[in-house]
Design a protein around this ligand. Structure first.
Ligand SMILES: [Zn+2]
Length: 175
């Protein structure tokens, strides 16, 4: 496994198949300017999005990019409707496929990263993962919240996690 020279800002477009063949580890940040869907879901993304990705071939011959994506975001507390900070961390694992045809041949438990003319759009796939990782409802800790303290949130969060519509969507997509 070789380690790519440290680059602080990762490019939007990569050649993931090549990176997997070389066993490259990428560490850096992605600037979120172009992530419009993510910007819509939040009041802001505070810092560059941190990315750690290991590219490799797994035991079944699939090219994989796996690692973690972390972003500090601001969203609205659903109790007091004030802004709150939250760190979103998503463990990611994508199977790199050259086209839609190859994607259909993937086993169900692989998340596809479909390339465009051999190139992978890092911004698009990271944005998708962060959207999936966002909480449906967010609340301050009780001590820090100006909202009505009678509402207990513990159970609400649990229930919503089980019914996360993004998850349902994702399952549909993978079928
Ligand atoms: Zn609050």
């Amino acid at each position: 496994m070789s380690v790519a020279p440290h680059r602080n800002v990762l490019p939007q477009w990569l050649s993931p198949l090549k990176l997997a063949a070389q066993g490259v580890v990428l560490k850096g940040v992605v600037l979120q300017k172009q992530m419009l869907r993510l910007a819509d879901a939040l009041t802001s993304v505070d810092t560059p999005i941190s990315v750690y990705l290991h590219f490799y071939c797994d035991d079944f011959g699939f090219r994989i990019a796996s690692g973690q994506v972390t972003a500090q975001v601001r969203l609205y507390c659903q109790r007091c409707m004030q802004e709150m900070e939250q760190v979103i961390a998503a463990d990611v694992r994508w199977a790199i496929v050259a086209n839609e045809e190859k994607m259909k041949a993937l086993p169900k438990d692989y998340d596809p990263w479909v390339l465009v003319d051999g190139e992978g759009d890092l911004h698009a796939i990271i944005e998708e993962e962060l959207l999936l990782a966002l909480p449906i409802v967010a609340f301050h800790d009780m001590d820090n919240c100006g909202g009505d303290q009678r509402y207990s949130t513990g159970n609400v969060v649990e229930l919503d996690k089980k019914k996360n519509p993004f998850e349902a969507l994702r399952e549909l997509k993978l079928r």
